[in-house]
Design a protein around this ligand. Sequence first.
Ligand code: HEM
Ligand SMILES: *[C@@H]1O[C@H](CO)[C@@H](O)[C@H](O)[C@H]1NC(C)=O
Ligand SMILES: *[C@@H]1O[C@H](CO)[C@@H](O)[C@H](O)[C@H]1NC(C)=O
Length: 324
Amino acid sequence: MSYIQYTVLVLVSLQYIVHSQAQLYVGFYSGTCSAAELIVKEEVAKAYSQDRGLAAGLIRLHFHDCFVRGCDASVLIDSTPSNKAEKDSPANNPSLRGFNIIDNAKARLEALCPHVVSCADIIAFAARDSFEITGGQGYEVPGGRRDGKISRIANTKALPPATANLTQLTQMFSSHGLTQEEMVTLSGAHTIGRAHCTSFASRLFNFSQSFNQDPNFNALYASKLKQECPNGNSNANSVVPMNPNSPTISDTGYYVDVLNKRGLFTSDQSLLTSRNTANQVHRNAMDPVLWKSKFAKAMVKMGGIRVLTGHHGEIRLNCRVVNN
Ligand code: HEM
Ligand SMILES: *[C@@H]1O[C@H](CO)[C@@H](O)[C@H](O)[C@H]1NC(C)=O
Ligand SMILES: *[C@@H]1O[C@H](CO)[C@@H](O)[C@H](O)[C@H]1NC(C)=O
């Protein structure tokens, strides 16, 4: 075999390996639905102009999709009489939002290029557009995810609870292939959006035998929150902004909050409990450009968790229902 023949053989088999693993790649729809990303971006912008909080909802939607059975849009599937789906878990219901935006984008895409663009990719693009529109930064999102056919409430145990400590958070992210630093970086998403009082009331009332309220909570902030969330969890619908100074802007206000004991959840405040993570909080707080670029990279990595590609899964026609 000549050197050239050998080289060709190696290249051909390399290409075969790459193809059979069917990786995600940027521009996945350029030949089959070239307006796909633009249409998602338009729908995100339209929704955002009506309710700026929806950008936060869409970023969280991607996270909750990817951490449960991988980024396969399982979070979008409605419950049926015989199956309680992820979206009805207390981790998602009633707090998760943005479903209609995905539906609107999907409806336009089905009209334009039927049966081509997956719901899982729509979520990933919408999360990127949401970060960008809130003053974060744009980034390229590899496409090619396919939609899963299974959504079970029990699988939402993979989502970290607000009460998690650093060890638990690090372990849960690591089980999805994400480093502790990426966990710290992604937690910065809490710089936008809202939380229901029920998500942190345990820090305000009857915290422990020794403390009525969490001693790691800024006392002034905690007393203000007690006014907004009286009697712990009397009103399940009450919400507060997570980063009150700039709740709709993807800045590094979250990290400044954490440094000032104004992180809303135990999980947020736990980032100060090791020297490494505390240093990262400090660096992110001081350097928004650095944080935004780290966040973009970590989102792309999160967007690759256990994806279905190639002939696995399906392209759902309606994001809420598995195809027949
Ligand atoms: C580190 C572990 C995490 C925990 C324990 C956690 C927990 C929570 C909780 C309890 C809420 C409030 C839900 C409510 O009461 O309405 C929330 C909101 C939110 N989370 Fe997380 N989260 C974590 C990581 C992430 C990550 C990695 C992202 C995205 C990259 C993210 C994005 C968001 C966003 C944007 C909101 C606001 C949602 C809205 O306004 O609709 N979170 N999170
Ligand atoms: C974190 O929480 C787990 C479970 O509640 C507990 O076993 C562990 O001791 C905690 N770790 C730290 C460092 O507090
Ligand atoms: C706190 O404890 C008191 C006394 O045990 C109880 O009456 C109250 O309902 C508790 N509050 C919450 C929010 O659990």
